[in-house]
Design a protein around this ligand. Sequence first.
Ligand SMILES: NC(=O)c1ccc[n+]([C@@H]2O[C@H](COP(=O)([O-])OP(=O)(O)OC[C@H]3O[C@@H](n4cnc5c(N)ncnc54)[C@H](OP(=O)(O)O)[C@@H]3O)[C@@H](O)[C@H]2O)c1
Length: 259
Amino acid sequence: MPRTAQTALVTGASAGLGTHFARLFAQDGHDLVLVARRQGKLDQVATELRQVYGIRTTVLAADLTDPKATLHLHEEVVRTGIEVEFLVNDAGFGTAGAFAELDLARELDLIELNVKALTHLTGLFLPAMLARRSGRILNVGSLAGFLPGPFMATYYASKAYVLNFTEALSYELRGTGVTATVLCPGATATEFAQVAKMQNAALFRSSADAASVARYGYRAMMKGKTIAIPGLWNKISQESLRVSPRPVLRSIAGRLNKP
Ligand SMILES: NC(=O)c1ccc[n+]([C@@H]2O[C@H](COP(=O)([O-])OP(=O)(O)OC[C@H]3O[C@@H](n4cnc5c(N)ncnc54)[C@H](OP(=O)(O)O)[C@@H]3O)[C@@H](O)[C@H]2O)c1
């Protein structure tokens, strides 16, 4: 019987939510293109999912803070004749501390990855989806996208971009057969807190389970929902964020993020 598998490209597939997204696609019989910097970790994920689910996997190690690497990634996918039906822009990181004291180069890298690479990949893969009148894009935002975040100023601002960009894109794509979904998790147990050096921050005192968060986002993407907020507490928080005065929001976020 001919294979009818469609392909998902997942960035950030070497750890955390990205590995869980990859597993969800594999469970549904979809082939995978796995992207992140750590080739060894990607190979491990690819081998396991290939063996367990019998899917095809392609590993493309890339540092997505480099726009040339992002372009090269797209060229490689096109060269090998892979049609990306699902694009998951998951790769991202945070930094914690007062902006004036943080390493400026890393703040700019954060924007390169969380904002520019996500936009770049969306722009590169969208035309083929539109031509086929079929495709799904899942961008990983954050609850942080709904408010200003003192002591994580750049990160919160980057996720406000992801939220607004994806929401607008979703509207533009109505009737095209292509959808865009933004997943907005709260604190989730992954490598994120360690990378951001904020394991002890109040924000991470209780974290959601990464598998459940990824599953929620995956289902929302498959249904073509625009905004996906996993967890009852996060939904309530988002509702209260909408009606709270901004000085209150700044102060709450500042207290939660303070290293
Ligand atoms: N965990 C949370 O509390 C939380 C909450 C809300 C939103 N989010 C968002 O969820 C997404 C996934 O994060 P996570 O929580 O799963 O964190 P994670 O466990 O640290 O995973 C981050 C992933 O991004 C990849 N990555 C980092 N820098 C990269 C680069 N320069 N080029 C390519 N890939 C890169 C990492 O792989 P390599 O290191 O191998 O490159 C890893 O696979 C992020 O967008 C994050 O902002 C997380």
